[in-house]
Design a protein around this ligand. Structure first.
Ligand code: 13P
Length: 256
């Protein structure tokens, strides 16, 4: 059984003071959670504060990006060893907003995934098609290209440390989530592509999160799909109440 994993991607929200308040509330609301992996990904500046509050809890901290060199003259960038030192366990890589606004490519994403793995950070590797691509019937081709590019030269043995997040671009921040059937169809395709690449046993262990307008109201239907192993949550992770409700739904489903 794959353990469900719920991660909050805060994007460019929350000052360190606001972050402190949010995780203090979240910590209290999640004391009874046992069967779900929980992650929050604050902006870099809030990571240390958040980690200090969550240190004695099962909630892990992730970053939203990293650079592929360990150190050097790369103004404005943050490296894997810095994230490890700050207490991060996970790092989101290849989010569609980074592909769109910061020109990340499958090749740079691949370099980042390799660097994260080298430092034992668990990549949450994001893939997903745009509306235009979906309407042109290109969804599977796009997913396959992103998977092949992002995971190039990655050993099968490293796959146990990678989480895939399927985030259809048209569902992000739009309030229009993929239907459970659409999510399942994409997740099943992703899992079979990875089975071809790395073998069935590895693909069967791998966790695939869905992301895109996940809310307390729709999470149960999405997580009930056989290949949906968690959620990467944007907007609804910015309030302790809604994020805790999403985690509780995952916990509830894991008990049956
Ligand atoms: P929303 O949940 O706000 O749609 O964002 C999803 C997302 O991009 C998470 O990485």
């Amino acid at each position: 059984m794959r353990k469900k994993i719920i991660a909050g991607n805060w994007k460019m929200h929350k000052t360190p003071a606001e972050a402190l308040q949010l995780v203090n509330e979240l910590k209290v609301k999640t004391v009874n959670i046992e069967k779900v992996d929980m992650v929050v990904c604050p902006p870099y500046l809030a990571i240390l504060t958040v980690r200090a509050v969550l240190k004695e809890t099962p909630i892990r901290v992730g970053a939203q990006n990293l650079f592929w060199e360990n150190e050097g003259a790369y103004t404005g960038e943050i490296s894997a060893p810095m994230l490890v030192d700050a207490g991060c366990t996970y790092v989101i890589i290849g989010h569609s907003e980074r592909r769109q606004y910061f020109h990340e490519t499958d090749e740079t994403i691949n370099r980042k995934i390799k660097k994260a793995l080298e430092f034992r950070l668990k990549p949450i590797f994001c893939i997903g098609e745009t509306l235009e691509q979906r309407e042109a019937g290109q969804t599977f081709t796009v997913l396959k290209t992103q998977l092949d590019g992002g995971l190039q030269d990655i050993d099968a043995s490293a796959m146990q440390n990678i989480i895939i997040a399927y985030e259809p671009v048209w569902a992000i921040g739009t309030g229009r989530n993929a239907t459970p059937e659409q999510a399942q169809e994409a997740h099943q395709f992703i899992r079979s592509s990875l089975a071809e690449k790395f073998g069935r046993p590895i693909a069967d262990e791998l966790r695939i999160q869905y992301g895109g307008s996940v809310k307390p109201e729709n999470v149960e239907a999405l997580l009930s799909q056989p290949d949906v192993d968690g959620a990467l949550v944007g907007g609804a992770s910015l309030k302790a109440d809604s994020f805790a409700k999403i985690i509780e739904a995952a916990e509830h489903l894991s008990k049956h």
